[in-house]
Design a protein around this ligand. Sequence first.
Ligand code: HEM
Ligand SMILES: Nc1nc2c(c(=O)[nH]1)N[C@H]1C(S)=C(S)[C@@H](COP(=O)(O)O)O[C@H]1N2
Ligand SMILES: [Mo]
Length: 387
Amino acid sequence: MARGSVMRERIETLARGVPGRFGSALHSERVAARLGLWLGISFTAAFVTGLFSHFTQHPPGRLAWPSRPVGLYRVTQGIHVIGGLATIPLLFAKLWTVYPKLWQWPPFRSFSHAVERALVLVLVGASLFQLITGLLNVSYVYLWPFSFPAAHYWTAYLLYGALVIHVVNEWAKVRRWLWTREEVEPRETVTARRRFLGTVAAASGLTVLFTVGETYAPLSGLALLAPRDPRVGPQGLPVNRSAAAAGVTAMIHDPGYRLTVTGAVGTPLSLTYADLLRLPQHTVRLPIACVEGWSAEAEWSGVRLRDLAAMAGVAPDAVLTVESLERGGGYRSSEVRAPHWGDPLTLLALRVGGEPLAPDHGFPVRLIAPNRPGALQTKWVSKVVAA
Ligand code: HEM
Ligand SMILES: Nc1nc2c(c(=O)[nH]1)N[C@H]1C(S)=C(S)[C@@H](COP(=O)(O)O)O[C@H]1N2
Ligand SMILES: [Mo]
Protein backbone atom coordinates (compact mmCIF):
# COMPACT_ATOMS: atom_id res chain seq x y z
CA MET A 1 0.00 0.00 0.00
CA ALA A 2 1.29 3.50 -0.80
CA ARG A 3 2.30 5.72 2.10
CA GLY A 4 -0.45 8.21 1.45
CA SER A 5 -3.17 5.61 1.60
CA VAL A 6 -1.75 4.15 4.84
CA MET A 7 -1.96 7.61 6.36
CA ARG A 8 -5.48 8.08 5.01
CA GLU A 9 -6.55 4.74 6.42
CA ARG A 10 -5.15 5.72 9.83
CA ILE A 11 -6.92 9.04 9.80
CA GLU A 12 -10.16 7.36 8.78
CA THR A 13 -9.81 4.82 11.57
CA LEU A 14 -9.19 7.64 14.00
CA ALA A 15 -12.18 9.52 12.66
CA ARG A 16 -14.38 6.45 13.04
CA GLY A 17 -13.23 6.34 16.62
CA VAL A 18 -12.72 2.58 16.86
CA PRO A 19 -12.19 2.05 20.59
CA GLY A 20 -8.60 1.38 21.53
CA ARG A 21 -7.23 2.09 18.08
CA PHE A 22 -4.98 5.00 17.26
CA GLY A 23 -3.90 3.82 13.83
CA SER A 24 -3.69 0.26 12.54
CA ALA A 25 -4.23 -3.01 14.37
CA LEU A 26 -0.68 -2.67 15.71
CA HIS A 27 -1.04 0.91 16.87
CA SER A 28 -3.65 -0.09 19.40
CA GLU A 29 -4.22 -0.11 23.12
CA ARG A 30 -4.31 -3.89 23.09
CA VAL A 31 -0.77 -4.17 21.72
CA ALA A 32 0.43 -1.30 23.92
CA ALA A 33 -1.05 -3.01 27.00
CA ARG A 34 0.57 -6.37 26.18
CA LEU A 35 4.02 -4.81 25.59
CA GLY A 36 3.50 -2.62 28.65
CA LEU A 37 2.93 -5.67 30.79
CA TRP A 38 6.14 -7.31 29.55
CA LEU A 39 8.06 -4.06 30.09
CA GLY A 40 6.62 -3.67 33.58
CA ILE A 41 7.86 -7.13 34.54
CA SER A 42 11.31 -6.62 33.05
CA PHE A 43 11.80 -3.11 34.53
CA THR A 44 10.76 -4.46 37.94
CA ALA A 45 13.34 -7.24 37.66
CA ALA A 46 15.97 -4.68 36.58
CA PHE A 47 15.10 -2.30 39.42
CA VAL A 48 15.21 -5.00 42.12
CA THR A 49 18.41 -6.69 40.89
CA GLY A 50 20.02 -3.27 40.25
CA LEU A 51 19.32 -2.12 43.81
CA PHE A 52 20.66 -5.44 45.06
CA SER A 53 23.87 -4.81 43.13
CA HIS A 54 24.14 -1.27 44.45
CA PHE A 55 23.63 -2.21 48.10
CA THR A 56 25.96 -5.18 47.79
CA GLN A 57 28.71 -2.75 46.84
CA HIS A 58 27.61 0.02 49.21
CA PRO A 59 26.05 -1.62 52.30
CA PRO A 60 24.52 1.02 54.56
CA GLY A 61 26.05 1.39 58.03
CA ARG A 62 27.30 -1.86 59.55
CA LEU A 63 24.85 -4.01 57.60
CA ALA A 64 26.30 -7.01 55.79
CA TRP A 65 25.00 -9.41 53.17
CA PRO A 66 25.24 -13.16 53.70
CA SER A 67 27.97 -14.98 51.79
CA ARG A 68 25.52 -17.66 50.59
CA PRO A 69 24.10 -18.80 48.26
CA VAL A 70 27.52 -18.79 46.63
CA GLY A 71 26.31 -17.82 43.16
CA LEU A 72 23.49 -15.42 44.14
CA TYR A 73 25.12 -12.25 42.83
CA ARG A 74 26.11 -14.04 39.67
CA VAL A 75 22.46 -14.90 39.02
CA THR A 76 20.96 -11.52 39.99
CA GLN A 77 23.47 -9.57 37.91
CA GLY A 78 23.05 -11.98 35.00
CA ILE A 79 19.28 -11.36 35.15
CA HIS A 80 19.93 -7.63 35.38
CA VAL A 81 22.25 -7.30 32.40
CA ILE A 82 20.89 -10.00 30.10
CA GLY A 83 17.28 -9.14 31.00
CA GLY A 84 18.14 -5.47 30.38
CA LEU A 85 19.48 -6.26 26.92
CA ALA A 86 16.37 -8.34 26.14
CA THR A 87 14.24 -5.31 27.12
CA ILE A 88 15.66 -3.20 24.28
CA PRO A 89 13.47 -4.81 21.54
CA LEU A 90 10.42 -4.55 23.84
CA LEU A 91 10.95 -0.86 24.47
CA PHE A 92 11.42 0.01 20.80
CA ALA A 93 8.34 -2.04 19.85
CA LYS A 94 6.28 -0.25 22.47
CA LEU A 95 7.47 3.18 21.34
CA TRP A 96 6.65 2.27 17.73
CA THR A 97 3.19 1.08 18.76
CA VAL A 98 2.29 4.27 20.59
CA TYR A 99 4.12 6.87 18.47
CA PRO A 100 0.95 8.05 16.61
CA LYS A 101 -0.19 9.37 19.99
CA LEU A 102 2.75 11.77 19.88
CA TRP A 103 0.84 13.88 17.32
CA GLN A 104 -2.49 13.82 19.17
CA TRP A 105 -4.46 17.03 18.90
CA PRO A 106 -4.97 19.11 20.93
CA PRO A 107 -1.64 18.21 22.64
CA PHE A 108 -3.08 18.93 26.08
CA ARG A 109 -6.77 18.61 26.86
CA SER A 110 -6.41 19.77 30.45
CA PHE A 111 -3.86 20.50 33.11
CA SER A 112 -3.88 16.93 34.37
CA HIS A 113 -3.49 15.63 30.80
CA ALA A 114 -0.45 17.89 30.41
CA VAL A 115 1.06 16.49 33.63
CA GLU A 116 0.37 12.94 32.49
CA ARG A 117 2.11 13.56 29.16
CA ALA A 118 5.11 15.21 30.86
CA LEU A 119 5.42 12.12 33.02
CA VAL A 120 5.38 9.86 29.97
CA LEU A 121 8.17 12.00 28.52
CA VAL A 122 10.25 11.40 31.67
CA LEU A 123 9.48 7.68 31.50
CA VAL A 124 10.50 7.39 27.84
CA GLY A 125 13.65 9.49 28.33
CA ALA A 126 14.77 7.59 31.44
CA SER A 127 14.06 4.19 29.83
CA LEU A 128 16.07 5.03 26.71
CA PHE A 129 18.88 6.41 28.87
CA GLN A 130 19.07 3.27 31.06
CA LEU A 131 18.95 0.81 28.20
CA ILE A 132 21.32 2.63 25.84
CA THR A 133 23.98 3.66 28.38
CA GLY A 134 23.66 0.19 29.97
CA LEU A 135 24.27 -1.48 26.62
CA LEU A 136 27.30 0.73 25.93
CA ASN A 137 28.68 0.18 29.44
CA VAL A 138 28.59 -3.61 29.22
CA SER A 139 30.16 -3.29 25.75
CA TYR A 140 33.07 -1.37 27.37
CA VAL A 141 32.22 1.81 25.43
CA TYR A 142 32.62 4.84 27.70
CA LEU A 143 31.54 7.90 25.73
CA TRP A 144 30.32 10.12 28.55
CA PRO A 145 32.03 12.31 31.14
CA PHE A 146 29.77 11.22 34.06
CA SER A 147 30.08 8.16 36.29
CA PHE A 148 27.89 5.42 34.80
CA PRO A 149 26.92 3.70 38.09
CA ALA A 150 25.93 7.02 39.73
CA ALA A 151 23.87 8.24 36.75
CA HIS A 152 22.34 4.79 36.23
CA TYR A 153 21.49 4.46 39.93
CA TRP A 154 19.62 7.77 40.24
CA THR A 155 17.91 7.40 36.85
CA ALA A 156 16.58 4.03 38.06
CA TYR A 157 14.51 5.78 40.78
CA LEU A 158 13.26 8.36 38.28
CA LEU A 159 12.33 5.66 35.80
CA TYR A 160 10.67 3.37 38.29
CA GLY A 161 8.77 6.23 39.97
CA ALA A 162 7.45 7.43 36.59
CA LEU A 163 6.62 3.82 35.67
CA VAL A 164 4.53 3.22 38.79
CA ILE A 165 2.47 6.36 38.14
CA HIS A 166 2.11 5.45 34.46
CA VAL A 167 0.87 1.96 35.34
CA VAL A 168 -1.68 3.41 37.78
CA ASN A 169 -2.90 5.82 35.05
CA GLU A 170 -3.16 3.09 32.42
CA TRP A 171 -4.38 0.23 34.58
CA ALA A 172 -7.98 0.40 33.38
CA LYS A 173 -6.76 -0.17 29.81
CA VAL A 174 -4.59 -3.11 30.82
CA ARG A 175 -7.59 -4.72 32.51
CA ARG A 176 -9.88 -3.99 29.65
CA TRP A 177 -7.60 -5.34 26.90
CA LEU A 178 -5.79 -8.15 28.63
CA TRP A 179 -8.18 -9.55 31.21
CA THR A 180 -11.62 -9.22 29.76
CA ARG A 181 -13.10 -11.48 27.10
CA GLU A 182 -12.07 -10.48 23.60
CA GLU A 183 -14.95 -9.03 21.62
CA VAL A 184 -15.18 -10.19 18.02
CA GLU A 185 -12.36 -8.80 15.91
CA PRO A 186 -11.54 -9.27 12.22
CA ARG A 187 -9.29 -12.31 11.73
CA GLU A 188 -6.54 -10.24 10.05
CA THR A 189 -6.36 -7.98 13.09
CA VAL A 190 -5.77 -10.93 15.41
CA THR A 191 -3.22 -12.49 13.03
CA ALA A 192 -1.34 -9.22 12.52
CA ARG A 193 -1.15 -8.65 16.26
CA ARG A 194 0.01 -12.20 17.03
CA ARG A 195 2.67 -12.03 14.33
CA PHE A 196 3.94 -8.67 15.60
CA LEU A 197 4.06 -9.70 19.27
CA GLY A 198 5.64 -13.02 18.26
CA THR A 199 8.39 -11.21 16.35
CA VAL A 200 9.10 -8.90 19.28
CA ALA A 201 9.21 -11.82 21.73
CA ALA A 202 11.55 -13.70 19.37
CA ALA A 203 13.88 -10.68 19.15
CA SER A 204 14.07 -10.60 22.96
CA GLY A 205 14.52 -14.36 23.17
CA LEU A 206 17.34 -14.36 20.63
CA THR A 207 19.07 -11.54 22.52
CA VAL A 208 19.06 -13.78 25.59
CA LEU A 209 20.12 -16.88 23.66
CA PHE A 210 23.10 -15.09 22.11
CA THR A 211 24.34 -13.42 25.32
CA VAL A 212 23.49 -15.73 28.22
CA GLY A 213 26.61 -17.80 27.48
CA GLU A 214 28.71 -15.01 28.99
CA THR A 215 27.52 -16.20 32.40
CA TYR A 216 25.98 -19.64 31.76
CA ALA A 217 28.89 -21.82 30.62
CA PRO A 218 26.91 -24.54 28.75
CA LEU A 219 25.78 -21.87 26.25
CA SER A 220 29.08 -19.98 25.96
CA GLY A 221 29.53 -21.26 22.40
CA LEU A 222 26.40 -19.24 21.47
CA ALA A 223 27.48 -16.00 23.14
CA LEU A 224 27.93 -14.26 19.79
CA LEU A 225 26.53 -10.93 21.01
CA ALA A 226 28.31 -10.97 24.38
CA PRO A 227 31.30 -8.67 24.87
CA ARG A 228 33.15 -11.33 26.93
CA ASP A 229 33.65 -15.04 26.40
CA PRO A 230 34.12 -16.54 29.89
CA ARG A 231 36.56 -19.15 28.50
CA VAL A 232 38.96 -16.69 26.88
CA GLY A 233 41.91 -15.15 28.75
CA PRO A 234 45.07 -16.19 30.59
CA GLN A 235 44.44 -19.43 32.55
CA GLY A 236 41.08 -19.66 30.77
CA LEU A 237 39.54 -16.66 32.53
CA PRO A 238 38.68 -13.17 31.22
CA VAL A 239 40.52 -10.10 32.51
CA ASN A 240 39.02 -6.67 32.99
CA ARG A 241 42.14 -4.83 34.15
CA SER A 242 45.55 -6.26 33.30
CA ALA A 243 48.65 -5.94 35.51
CA ALA A 244 50.19 -3.60 32.93
CA ALA A 245 47.08 -1.39 32.83
CA ALA A 246 47.05 -1.27 36.63
CA GLY A 247 50.76 -0.31 36.68
CA VAL A 248 51.75 -3.10 39.10
CA THR A 249 54.07 -5.22 36.94
CA ALA A 250 57.30 -4.23 38.75
CA MET A 251 55.78 -4.35 42.28
CA ILE A 252 54.29 -7.82 42.01
CA HIS A 253 57.69 -9.34 41.20
CA ASP A 254 59.56 -7.38 43.90
CA PRO A 255 61.39 -9.86 46.24
CA GLY A 256 60.56 -7.47 49.10
CA TYR A 257 56.83 -8.25 48.68
CA ARG A 258 54.97 -8.75 51.98
CA LEU A 259 51.35 -9.30 52.84
CA THR A 260 50.60 -7.35 56.00
CA VAL A 261 47.64 -7.65 58.37
CA THR A 262 47.34 -4.51 60.51
CA GLY A 263 44.85 -2.11 62.12
CA ALA A 264 42.65 -3.34 64.98
CA VAL A 265 44.61 -6.57 65.52
CA GLY A 266 46.23 -8.29 68.50
CA THR A 267 49.33 -9.32 66.50
CA PRO A 268 50.26 -7.52 63.28
CA LEU A 269 51.41 -9.92 60.53
CA SER A 270 53.95 -9.50 57.76
CA LEU A 271 54.21 -12.53 55.47
CA THR A 272 56.31 -13.31 52.40
CA TYR A 273 54.92 -15.25 49.44
CA ALA A 274 56.78 -18.33 50.73
CA ASP A 275 55.24 -17.84 54.22
CA LEU A 276 51.78 -17.78 52.66
CA LEU A 277 52.48 -21.00 50.75
CA ARG A 278 53.50 -22.69 54.03
CA LEU A 279 50.13 -21.91 55.71
CA PRO A 280 47.29 -24.45 55.38
CA GLN A 281 46.05 -24.34 51.76
CA HIS A 282 42.41 -24.79 50.76
CA THR A 283 40.79 -25.22 47.37
CA VAL A 284 37.41 -23.77 46.41
CA ARG A 285 35.41 -23.56 43.20
CA LEU A 286 34.00 -20.03 42.85
CA PRO A 287 32.96 -17.66 40.06
CA ILE A 288 34.18 -14.19 39.25
CA ALA A 289 30.83 -12.46 38.64
CA CYS A 290 31.53 -9.10 37.04
CA VAL A 291 29.02 -6.27 37.55
CA GLU A 292 28.95 -6.02 33.75
CA GLY A 293 27.20 -9.37 33.49
CA TRP A 294 29.85 -11.92 32.53
CA SER A 295 30.99 -14.56 34.96
CA ALA A 296 33.54 -17.35 34.94
CA GLU A 297 34.15 -20.17 37.38
CA ALA A 298 37.55 -21.47 38.45
CA GLU A 299 39.30 -23.57 41.06
CA TRP A 300 41.20 -21.31 43.45
CA SER A 301 43.66 -22.37 46.18
CA GLY A 302 45.20 -20.38 48.96
CA VAL A 303 44.86 -19.27 52.56
CA ARG A 304 41.51 -18.79 54.26
CA LEU A 305 41.00 -15.15 55.17
CA ARG A 306 39.51 -16.27 58.49
CA ASP A 307 42.73 -18.19 59.31
CA LEU A 308 44.75 -14.99 58.83
CA ALA A 309 42.20 -13.05 60.88
CA ALA A 310 42.54 -15.61 63.68
CA MET A 311 46.35 -15.48 63.54
CA ALA A 312 46.21 -11.69 63.82
CA GLY A 313 43.56 -11.75 66.58
CA VAL A 314 40.81 -9.80 64.83
CA ALA A 315 37.43 -9.12 66.57
CA PRO A 316 34.58 -11.32 65.26
CA ASP A 317 32.60 -8.33 63.95
CA ALA A 318 35.58 -6.52 62.40
CA VAL A 319 35.46 -5.09 58.89
CA LEU A 320 38.55 -6.04 56.87
CA THR A 321 39.76 -3.75 54.10
CA VAL A 322 41.74 -5.64 51.48
CA GLU A 323 44.15 -3.36 49.61
CA SER A 324 45.95 -3.80 46.33
CA LEU A 325 49.43 -2.79 45.23
CA GLU A 326 47.61 -0.81 42.56
CA ARG A 327 47.88 2.93 43.28
CA GLY A 328 44.81 4.40 41.57
CA GLY A 329 41.65 2.99 40.03
CA GLY A 330 38.20 2.48 41.50
CA TYR A 331 38.84 -1.13 42.52
CA ARG A 332 42.16 -0.91 44.38
CA SER A 333 40.57 -1.94 47.67
CA SER A 334 37.43 -3.59 48.98
CA GLU A 335 35.72 -4.12 52.29
CA VAL A 336 35.06 -7.63 53.57
CA ARG A 337 32.48 -7.84 56.34
CA ALA A 338 32.16 -10.61 58.91
CA PRO A 339 29.81 -13.00 57.05
CA HIS A 340 32.24 -12.97 54.13
CA TRP A 341 35.60 -13.12 55.88
CA GLY A 342 34.25 -15.74 58.29
CA ASP A 343 33.18 -17.97 55.40
CA PRO A 344 35.52 -20.95 54.86
CA LEU A 345 35.23 -20.40 51.08
CA THR A 346 36.77 -16.92 51.26
CA LEU A 347 40.44 -17.13 50.31
CA LEU A 348 43.45 -15.02 49.68
CA ALA A 349 44.15 -17.12 46.62
CA LEU A 350 47.68 -17.93 45.46
CA ARG A 351 46.77 -20.37 42.71
CA VAL A 352 44.12 -20.88 40.06
CA GLY A 353 43.57 -24.19 38.27
CA GLY A 354 46.61 -25.57 40.13
CA GLU A 355 49.05 -22.90 38.83
CA PRO A 356 50.35 -19.73 40.50
CA LEU A 357 48.07 -16.80 39.53
CA ALA A 358 48.95 -15.14 36.23
CA PRO A 359 49.99 -11.48 36.68
CA ASP A 360 46.66 -10.41 35.12
CA HIS A 361 44.73 -12.49 37.66
CA GLY A 362 46.35 -10.84 40.65
CA PHE A 363 49.75 -12.50 41.29
CA PRO A 364 50.95 -12.97 43.98
CA VAL A 365 47.65 -12.88 45.92
CA ARG A 366 44.02 -12.09 45.11
CA LEU A 367 40.83 -12.11 47.11
CA ILE A 368 38.14 -14.60 46.09
CA ALA A 369 34.86 -14.88 48.04
CA PRO A 370 31.38 -16.33 47.46
CA ASN A 371 28.28 -14.23 46.54
CA ARG A 372 30.23 -11.09 45.71
CA PRO A 373 30.58 -8.81 42.65
CA GLY A 374 33.77 -9.27 40.63
CA ALA A 375 34.64 -5.61 41.25
CA LEU A 376 35.20 -6.52 44.93
CA GLN A 377 37.49 -9.51 44.21
CA THR A 378 40.62 -7.42 44.68
CA LYS A 379 43.78 -8.43 42.78
CA TRP A 380 47.48 -7.90 43.68
CA VAL A 381 46.65 -7.81 47.42
CA SER A 382 49.36 -6.55 49.79
CA LYS A 383 47.46 -5.35 52.87
CA VAL A 384 44.57 -6.36 55.07
CA VAL A 385 43.50 -3.64 57.50
CA ALA A 386 41.07 -4.51 60.33
CA ALA A 387 38.65 -1.94 61.77
C1 HEM B 1 20.15 -2.70 28.79
C2 HEM B 1 19.74 -2.52 30.03
C3 HEM B 1 20.64 -2.42 31.22
C4 HEM B 1 21.95 -2.75 31.33
C5 HEM B 1 22.84 -3.36 30.27
C6 HEM B 1 22.36 -2.44 32.66
C7 HEM B 1 23.62 -2.61 33.16
C8 HEM B 1 24.02 -2.36 34.45
C9 HEM B 1 25.36 -2.52 34.95
C10 HEM B 1 26.56 -2.97 34.16
C11 HEM B 1 25.35 -2.20 36.26
C12 HEM B 1 26.55 -2.23 37.21
C13 HEM B 1 27.08 -0.83 37.32
C14 HEM B 1 28.31 -0.81 38.19
O1 HEM B 1 28.19 -1.05 39.41
O2 HEM B 1 29.41 -0.55 37.65
C15 HEM B 1 24.00 -1.84 36.59
C16 HEM B 1 23.59 -1.45 37.84
C17 HEM B 1 22.31 -1.01 38.13
N1 HEM B 1 21.22 -0.98 37.27
FE1 HEM B 1 21.25 -1.45 35.31
N2 HEM B 1 21.29 -1.95 33.35
C18 HEM B 1 20.22 -1.91 32.50
C19 HEM B 1 18.93 -1.50 32.78
C20 HEM B 1 18.52 -1.06 34.00
C21 HEM B 1 17.17 -0.65 34.30
C22 HEM B 1 16.03 -0.64 33.31
C23 HEM B 1 17.15 -0.29 35.62
C24 HEM B 1 16.03 0.20 36.47
C25 HEM B 1 14.77 -0.05 36.28
C26 HEM B 1 18.48 -0.48 36.14
C27 HEM B 1 18.87 -0.26 37.44
C28 HEM B 1 20.14 -0.44 37.95
C29 HEM B 1 20.56 -0.12 39.30
C30 HEM B 1 19.70 0.49 40.39
C31 HEM B 1 21.93 -0.46 39.39
C32 HEM B 1 22.84 -0.31 40.60
C33 HEM B 1 23.69 0.92 40.33
C34 HEM B 1 24.76 1.12 41.40
O3 HEM B 1 25.55 0.16 41.64
O4 HEM B 1 24.83 2.20 41.96
N3 HEM B 1 19.29 -0.96 35.13
N4 HEM B 1 23.21 -1.93 35.47
N1 LIG C 1 43.26 -4.23 42.12
C1 LIG C 1 42.22 -4.48 41.29
N2 LIG C 1 41.47 -5.58 41.46
C2 LIG C 1 40.43 -5.84 40.64
C3 LIG C 1 40.11 -4.97 39.56
C4 LIG C 1 40.92 -3.82 39.40
O1 LIG C 1 40.70 -3.00 38.49
N3 LIG C 1 41.96 -3.60 40.27
N4 LIG C 1 39.03 -5.26 38.75
C5 LIG C 1 37.98 -6.06 39.36
C6 LIG C 1 36.92 -6.45 38.42
S1 LIG C 1 35.87 -5.25 37.87
C7 LIG C 1 36.71 -7.77 38.06
S2 LIG C 1 35.36 -8.26 37.19
C8 LIG C 1 37.69 -8.82 38.44
C9 LIG C 1 38.20 -9.49 37.20
O2 LIG C 1 38.94 -10.56 37.60
P1 LIG C 1 39.88 -11.37 36.62
O3 LIG C 1 40.71 -10.38 35.84
O4 LIG C 1 40.70 -12.25 37.48
O5 LIG C 1 39.01 -12.17 35.72
O6 LIG C 1 38.79 -8.29 39.15
C10 LIG C 1 38.52 -7.28 40.09
N5 LIG C 1 39.70 -6.96 40.85
MO1 LIG D 1 34.03 -6.30 36.99
